[in-house]
Write a protein that binds this ligand. Structure first.
Ligand code: FES
Ligand code: FES
Length: 165
């Protein structure tokens, strides 16, 4: 079947197998490997990207379900050569070690801050509760998102509670 999906502002018209998961379309078919693939069972959250401005676990979404929709991946966070504040925050506060969970954390963090520019630590922890980090103990991830909140301007209202579980 053929799908038409806008990814990071670029239109892709691609032939796919109907069973293809969105994470594999993004990584293997159009080559955007910033989105990681960790479990395929909706547990780890490293595959989080945005579907029509809502963060979703892309291993739980069929590519066919994204037909006619917009996708945003971690590659789109940097704009005009400038890192997004969440990227800077993870750098400033050492919010990563191996980095495997980081793309999903960044996309969730950006969505949270767009909806809630000044989240509490509890709200940050709730937002990333669907995502696993094996390295950091989460403390520095919370600090990184707090840093980004202090250095961001809000640009929209998104409901991170709608992240696919
Ligand atoms: S790959 Fe682990 S939740 Fe999607
Ligand atoms: S930094 Fe290694 S899994 Fe999170």
């Amino acid at each position: 079947m053929r799908v038409n999906i806008e990814v990071n502002g670029v239109n892709y018209s691609e032939e796919i197998e109907p069973r293809l998961l969105l994470v594999h379309f993004i990584r293997d078919q159009i080559g955007l490997t910033g989105t990681h693939w960790g479990c395929d069972t909706s547990n780890c959250g490293t595959c989080v990207l945005w579907l029509d401005d809502l963060p979703v676990k892309s291993c739980t979404v069929l590519t066919a379900m994204a037909d006619g929709h917009r996708v945003r991946t971690v590659e789109d966070l940097e704009q005009g050569g400038e890192l997004d504040p969440v990227q800077k925050g993870f750098m400033q506060e050492h919010g990563l070690q191996c980095g495997f969970c980081t793309p999903g954390m960044l996309m969730t963090a950006r969505a949270l801050l767009d909806r809630n520019p000044n989240p509490s630590d509890l709200e940050i922890r709730e937002a990333i509760s669907g995502q696993i980090c094996r390295c950091t103990g989460y403390e520095n991830i919370v600090r990184a998102i707090r840093w980004a909140a202090a250095n961001s301007s809000s640009n929209g209202a998104l409901d991170v509670a709608e992240v696919a579980q």
